[in-house]
Design a protein around this ligand. Sequence first.
Ligand SMILES: [Zn+2]
Length: 491
Amino acid sequence: MSKFQPFGLSLASPELVEAAKSPRALRQTQGKRTGMLSRREALQFGSLILLLAFTDIAWGATILGVRVWPAPDYTRVTIESDGLLKAKQFFVTSPPRLAVDIEGIELSPQLKELVGSVKSDDPFISGIRVGQNAPGVVRLVIDLKQSALPQVFNLPPIAAYQHRLVFDLYPTEVIDPLQALIAEKERDKPASPPTPRNDPLGDLIAQQSTRPTTSSTSNTTKTIAPRADSMPANATKRIENTPPIPPTNTDRLIIIALDPGHGGEDPGAIGPAGTREKDITLKVAQKLRERINATTLKGNPMRAFLTRDGDFFVPLHVRVQKAQRVQADLFISIHADAFTVPTARGASVFALSQSGATSATARYMAQKENSADAVGGINVQTKDAQVQRALLDMSTTAQINDSLKLGSNVLGEIGSFAKLHKPKVEQAGFAVLKAPDIPSVLIETAFISNPEEEQKLRDEAYQDQLADGIMRGLLRYFAKNPPLARTRTRS
Ligand SMILES: [Zn+2]
């Protein structure tokens, strides 16, 4: 791949004069065209170079942006540039820090901005230092608050982005999402705590604190049980196809995985007024979480689990994996996409399809959503990602049938206050809906590309209406399809 982006400039043209004002444009032009210069052009080119010699030209790539995305899952640092950046990194454990030598750039104000862009509450990074290590080599030192597993990789230009050099810092100890859910439940405890009998999560915590620790490779079984005293600490394995739970005042936690679309480097669709899909999807998911967490179903507490609870990128297969790890009863992905024409409007609900899309729109939406990984930036070199994606191709007819039922209940409720794009649930090959054992739907709440619908999506009252509608839809689904009795195992 060429180091330089095509710029469409013709030498000795009026554009070149413009280019003289922009070292970046000139450099790109030079990179592509030097071999084709006529003598006259070369002379003209030379004079331009002289002109520019006084304006601090860097002969490497130009940094276009530096972004930091802190999150408990992992923190990402992105350096975007107009040319491919080569980086060599080495990790120092004590004190933990990542040093990266980036070739082909000079120290610039944007790069110095990095230092200021780290928030003090970043879970991983305590500071970033930059310095010119050698001519054309910038050394970046990322000081860490805790030991981390770094991944450094390049992303080719896509969508609005040019070349990206990405540093992902993962925790050395992976957060167990079920544990996180428990911690969250603890934080949200009401002022008058329920009796232990009615607090399955409390029971679970009690069990865990008394249970001897097991090796990380073993498949420990955690049970969310009606009574701590009725279950041994090393409880039974999960039983498939057990009958629906009886309507008692005890029993298990019902977990709904909420998946706010996009995030971090992937803004999702952007409305004509600049509204970013990723912000809307998170807000609606958070509102829906409030409703879910305040609900019990025949005595069983419900709990929402967000695949992301902040502005960071989560690959599609990781969203599914997270829902599987908490053994979610349902998976609801929330979106607000754009369409090719601003007049497109209305909400839609999608389920997975094993055999092609049910309409051209459904196919288009699935393609768009499935491109999120490329925009958000996935490290394709990790084997884990490939294995996970292969595993997700085992969708079942039962899952799809349940998803269609869930989808039509949700669509019916949204239809009570919003325009619908299509009156029935559509199907296509959405990667995020591929958990083989979890009924999964993707809701396009509205078209953010439609100016009127964009305004609605920004409106808090409308976001509440959406959350209420989805909540009613999933309760209607559960009324006819009660969640199965099961224990929750730790994967
Ligand atoms: Zn989307």
